[in-house]
Design a protein around this ligand. Structure first.
Ligand code: B12
Length: 477
């Protein structure tokens, strides 16, 4: 098993490895960012029975297609399992399965990996199992082809005309208390810890239910409480013995909207720092529903006169460093439980770091809500003013805007975060995104776009059609 080239997250794959291991299978785990050749050379050398690929972000989907093609080219015979947060049955059926003839199977979660592998390794069931998968995927491909033609789009020009209507006439954009960047070289983990959203922590352990109710749940309450106590005991160690370091950087700039979907960020001398490009919803909506684009939340700029009031935007990148030696120790001790626990906690700390910084941005660094009084448990419901969409998330699905974000913040120098060729961030427990302050700014999903917007976007991004189609594949119809 391996997380494919360019992708860094392996917590899901580790869980699958443990579950399969507990069921008597030998697992060779190649870790993260593994090139296709290494995966396939190892598979041949070690005479493995099944190959498993994992991926967290959408660019990894292409890499999985590449691995499948390579398997065919090399004349391999082992079945290929596909898993990870960004993968889907539909993508596996439409894009991967057709590249390789000896079995490609999408696996939703760790619990299903056991029956799937069991079916594939049993001579009596393998053929019938793969035949049923084949039938299922071929039906999915038909559904996909039909759905495609059923989507109704409005033209890009209509979508732009249907932007979010905000009354800017009486709106004065708040000026950030801080312009330029601010670095947090070693943020207090004790403070970050208080902002942990425990919901996703239990999801990572495949326990369904709301926190804190899950601790008293009739079915999983006892296990959930044990997990929660173990997590807090490990967190005590992490904090007291300074196992991990939280590094982050935030920044604020003047934001000049020069076109419906283009915002130019400038420094205090008026120098252009970046042209940010947004994608806009284009699927036909019910009357009165706007076609959202993140650029809609920035005040349109008119040169000269009283209208020359500037708007602002911000960005952040945060990361939890130093996990490696501690993980290695758990690996050497064959302690899978704590290895996964540590990874899950580092992810929680990264997200909590983003949360606490966002709160301080609202009340202090941008300071547009000085007297915000929302209890920590309520912050996860996002009831505060302003948003922090992350490149890759549904409102801004183009991962390549991360290059600009990284340049603006100096995220590599200032927060120690590296971007891989697939634009994943290393260390894995990292989050980055944009800040918008307008009271009407909200999260949405761009969903699919049509060719007129795509062509316009390619022009604005100054990238080739080939390259842009690769990065935007998930939103192209
Ligand atoms: C928690 C989370 C995070 C955490 C930790 C991620 C993690 N642990 O992997 C943090 C906060 C760090 C994070 C960051 C980011 N995230 Co995030 N994140 C999530 C979230 C909410 C849950 C993922 C998760 O941890 N699930 C629990 C684990 C255990 O499950 P899993 O990894 O899916 O694995 C299970 C199965 O998939 C399967 N499986 C996995 N691998 C394999 C392999 C094999 C062989 C098999 C058989 C099965 C299998 O079994 C596993 C166990 O059941 C998802 C949304 C979602 N609901 O999935 C978004 C999501 C994965 N993130 C996303 C994005 C975009 C990002 C960021 C790029 C955002 C940003 N700009 O900062 C960064 C990237 C981080 C990086 N290092 O580059 C997108 C990815 C899609 C995309 N558009 O690219 C998602 C899907 C959200 C979305 N809807 O857009 N994220």
């Amino acid at each position: 098993m391996a997380t494919v080239k360019g992708d860094v997250h392996d917590i899901g794959k580790n869980i699958v490895g443990v579950v399969l291991g507990c069921n008597g299978y030998d697992i060779i785990d190649l870790g993260v960012m593994v090139p296709a050749d290494k995966i396939l050379d190892t598979a041949i050398r070690e005479k493995v029975d099944v190959i498993g690929l994992s991926g967290l972000i959408t660019p990894s989907l292409d890499e999985m297609v590449h691995v499948a093609k390579e398997m065919k080219r090399r004349g391999m015979t082992q079945p290929l399992l596909i898993g990870g947060a960004t993968t889907s049955r539909m993508h596996t059926a439409v894009k991967i399965a057709q590249q390789y003839d000896n079995g490609v199977v999408y696996v939703l979660d760790a619990s299903r990996s056991v029956t799937n592998v069991g079916n594939l390794l049993n001579k009596d069931t393998k053929e019938q199992f793969l035949k049923s998968i084949d039938e299922e995927y071929s039906k999915l491909r038909d559904d996909f082809a039909n759905k495609k033609s059923a989507k109704q789009y409005i033209s890009f020009a209509e979508a732009q005309a249907n932007a979010v209507k905000i009354d800017w006439s009486n709106y004065v954009p708040p000026t950030p208390a801080l312009l330029g960047t601010k670095i947090f070289a070693d943020y207090d983990l004790k403070e970050i810890r208080q902002y942990i959203d425990w919901g996703p922590f239990f999801i990572a352990w495949e326990m369904k239910g709301k926190f804190p109710e899950i601790l008293n749940d009739a079915h999983v309450g006892v296990e959930a409480t044990k997990l929660y106590n173990d997590a807090n005991a490990l967190l005590d160690k992490i904090v007291n013995e300074k196992w991990l370091t939280a590094k982050g950087v935030i920044g604020f700039w003047e934001a000049v909207k020069i076109a419906p979907d283009t915002v130019v960020l400038k420094d205090t001398h008026g120098k252009d720092l970046a042209h940010l490009e947004s994608l806009r919803q284009q699927i036909k909506k019910a009357p009165g529903q706007p076609s959202f684009s993140l650029a809609d939340f920035i005040k349109p700029y008119t040169f000269g006169g009283d209208n020359e009031i500037k708007d602002y935007m911000g960005a952040f990148a945060v990361s939890i460093h130093g996990i490696e030696p501690h993980l290695q120790k758990f690996i050497d001790d064959l302690d899978d439980y704590n290895k996964i626990m540590l990874q899950a906690l580092a992810d929680r700390l990264a997200e909590a770091f983003a949360e606490v910084l966002h709160k301080r941005v609202r009340t202090e660094f941008w300071g547009y809500i000085k007297d915000e009084n929302i209890p920590v448990e309520e912050l996860v419901k996002e009831k505060y003013q302003g948003i922090r969409p992350a490149p890759g998330y549904p409102a801004c699905p183009d991962h390549t805007e991360k290059y600009k974000l990284f340049n603006l913040l100096g995220a590599t120098e200032n927060a120690g975060i590296q971007l891989t060729e697939s634009l994943a961030m290393y260390p894995g427990a990292s989050v980055c995104g944009w800040y918008f302050s307008h009271p009407e700014s909200s999260y949405f999903g761009v969903n699919k776009i049509s060719d007129d917007q795509f062509q316009d976007y390619v022009r604005r991004k100054e990238m080739s059609v080939e390259e842009m189609s690769r990065w935007l594949a998930p939103v192209l119809d």
